[in-house]
Design a protein around this ligand. Structure first.
Ligand code: FES
Ligand SMILES: [Fe+2]
Length: 402
């Protein structure tokens, strides 16, 4: 959508307002959001190169759930609930490599790498034990462009279906062949997951909030989106050199060095997002995923993991160093801005202001939240203990009206 389209759209539409402030810090609503938005959505865990060898595993924590992604000896990648089928102990932490079996740290139940229960100490003491029914609980795993995603519960479209032609835009960068540039950055932000996602869903804040991006990239790049909540925007390097040496050097080097890409892609920055909580950024020299996970009401975890094609050339290393500096600044700025918004939302008497059509991505998230949890549309919070009940009543009303 161009700037001109946006003006036409704004003139045609009624004013749109965001979610009420109470929804950004409410434990009961978060429990509903978790059930209805997170458990059934694809969540990025890692890249295939992070679990490349047989026995490689990696755990992924999502509120009260923990998922284990593990590569079997025959190369198959699977995901399981990271929980023992005996008395529920969490099995593994972090990442590592298993040589043969996965051993529960509590009583030593042993699982094959494909999840089957292999051995139980003092097996004869369990009346009627059937080991074939007690394998690890498998959860859905899907791979998009080399990135490994899991869906904890429920069903829905595959990533291929959701991303459609957008994936083809990324394919020329050969993301499947990439490896991690550095260990994932994991931060706890003092804001609700929605505050951080709101911020990631719009570019309106770039000229003021991210002076570096503003110097480096053209304004008002094209934005796009589809019915699966996948969308984004693209920007190109400005032809005017940035006044900052880091950005200027990046602008200068990228077109010269990245000869594996067609020329037009060497200056192109693509920012994809997938609701409810992901970004996938494709830079000329590398790419990353950006994931915002709820930790509690008004608290979230931000994970950023960057990947690139193996390339030891000095100029490429320098380019990636420059990108790292630019994007670390952007991350710090986004954190600072999001935490400031969270503080502002707590103020007495604050009511959400109008949204620009440039902030349609924010509206899209809010529409998703209101569709999943109609209680989120109420201007005031229901009394403590009543959020789920009120939500159920609103859902019933909505179903009756349909
Ligand atoms: S809880 Fe895992 S062996 Fe007992
Ligand atoms: Fe930002």
């Amino acid at each position: 959508m161009t700037d001109l389209d946006r003006r036409g759209e704004a003139a045609r539409r009624e004013a749109v307002h965001g979610l009420p402030a109470w929804t950004y810090e409410n434990a009961e609503l978060l429990a509903l959001e978790y059930e209805r938005l997170f458990l059934g959505s694809w969540q990025a865990v890692c890249h295939v190169s992070d679990v490349a060898a047989p026995g490689d595993y990696l755990t992924f924590d999502l509120m009260r759930d923990s998922i284990l992604v593990i590569r079997d000896r025959d190369g198959a990648l699977r995901a399981f609930q990271n929980v023992c089928r005996h008395r529920g102990a969490r099995l593994l932490d972090g990442r590592g490599r298993l040589s043969t079996r996965l051993l529960c740290p509590y009583h030593g139940w042993a699982y094959h790498l494909d999840g089957r229960l292999a051995a139980v100490p003092a097996e004869g003491t369990f009346p009627g034990l059937d080991k074939t029914c007690l394998g690890l609980t498998e959860v859905q795993l899907d791979i998009l462009l080399g990135f490994v995603f899991v869906r904890v519960a429920g069903d829905g479209p595959s990533l291929e279906e959701m991303w459609g032609a957008y994936a083809e835009r990324i394919a020329p960068y050969r993301p499947e062949e990439m490896t991690a540039l550095y260990p994932p950055v994991v931060q706890e932000w003092a804001c609700d997951w929605k505050t951080a996602v709101d911020n990631n869903q719009e570019n309106y804040h770039i000229p003021v909030g991210h002076p570096g991006y503003f110097r480096l990239l053209e304004r008002g790049g094209d934005s796009f989106g589809n019915r699966y909540g996948v969308g984004g925007s693209v920007s190109r390097h400005r032809t005017k050199p940035s006044s900052n040496w880091v950005e200027r050097m990046y602008q200068d080097l990228a077109p010269k060095v990245l000869d594996h890409l067609p020329e037009e892609k060497r200056t192109l920055w693509q920012f994809f997002s997938m609701l409810p909580n992901h970004g996938i950024d494709v830079y000329p020299d590398s790419m990353d995923f950006f994931q915002i996970l709820p930790l509690g009401p008004g608290r979230c975890q931000v994970r950023v993991a960057a990947y690139a094609l193996p390339d030891a050339r000095r100029e490429v290393t320098l380019l990636r160093y420059l990108n790292g500096r630019i994007n670390r600044h952007v991350l710090d700025e986004d954190r600072w801005l999001s935490e400031r918004v969270q503080k502002g939302l707590r103020s007495h008497g604050y009511a959400p202001g109008p949204l620009s059509v440039i902030e349609d991505g924010v509206k899209e998230l809010h529409d998703l939240v209101r569709a999943a949890c109609p209680v989120a549309a109420l201007p005031e919070a229901p009394p403590p203990g009543a959020v789920a009940r009120r939500d159920a009543a609103l859902r019933a009303e909505r179903a009756a009206a349909e």
